[in-house]
Design a protein around this ligand. Structure first.
Ligand code: 5RP
Length: 216
């Protein structure tokens, strides 16, 4: 699958225009994108990064990492996903970077999602849904999730997000109305963000292959 990830990432370079500040996601597919972006680094102003991991890789390549508060809205955000449905709605957060990813997606005019073919599903939920929680609310949020859904929340023990929070992964969901579930879970006190990108889905999905498939 890593070759498919690389092919998707390379194709996403077509969406980068001269002078842009590029929003950059997190994960192994995005790592290929950062490597490809490095080849055209003189053509862009810099990047806004969704994680410490991506920031480190961007800086290693000599790409300036800018603060979203200083840049204002972005024209382009490129990120991977753990699952993608036919409406370009996503599950994200396998790499625990969902909150900053969601912020950058919201700030961006165009969200280009880069995936390998294994990430495509008809109905979201096969991949456990990540939820970032304030540590003291972990048990409360887990109990509310059990009451509200058919899913089983599991604490991703030992993982602390870049924001100092914890992750619950909700297993065995079949998400038939992702927009409603996203809104419902967002209401639980202690939830920082939900790894469902349904209210703000991807605009373009690039599925890596020879040739890459574009869903827009
Ligand atoms: C990180 C993410 C990633 O985009 C997602 O986990 C996909 O990762 P990869 O490209 O390594 O398969 O949401 O929080």
């Amino acid at each position: 699958m890593s070759e498919a990830k690389r092919l998707a990432a390379e194709k996403a370079i077509d969406y980068v225009e001269d002078g842009m500040i590029v929003g950059v996601g997190t994960g192994s597919t995005v790592a290929y994108f950062i490597d490809a972006l490095a080849r055209i680094r003189d053509r862009i102003q810099g990047a806004v990064s969704s994680s410490e991991q991506s920031t480190q890789r961007l800086r290693q390549h000599g790409i300036d990492v800018l603060d979203l508060n200083a840049t204002g809205p972005l024209a382009l955000y490129v990120d991977g996903a753990d699952e993608c449905d036919p409406h370009k709605r996503l599950i994200k957060g396998g790499g625990a970077a969902l909150t900053r990813e969601k912020i950058i997606a919201e700030a961006s005019e165009r969200f280009v999602c880069i995936i390998d073919p294994s990430k495509r599903v008809d109905v979201l939920g096969r991949f456990p849904l990540p939820i970032e929680v304030i540590p003291m609310a972990r048990s409360l949020v887990a109990r509310r999730i059990v009451a509200l859904t058919d899913g089983q929340p599991v604490w991703r023990e030992g993982v602390v997000t870049d924001n100092g929070n914890w992750i619950l992964d909700v297993h065995n969901l079949r998400i038939t109305d992702p927009v409603a579930l996203e809104a419902q879970l967002n209401q639980i006190p202690g939830v920082v963000s939900v790894g469902l990108f349904a209210r703000r889905p991807a605009d373009v999905v690039i599925v890596g292959g020879e040739p890459p498939q574009i869903l827009d």
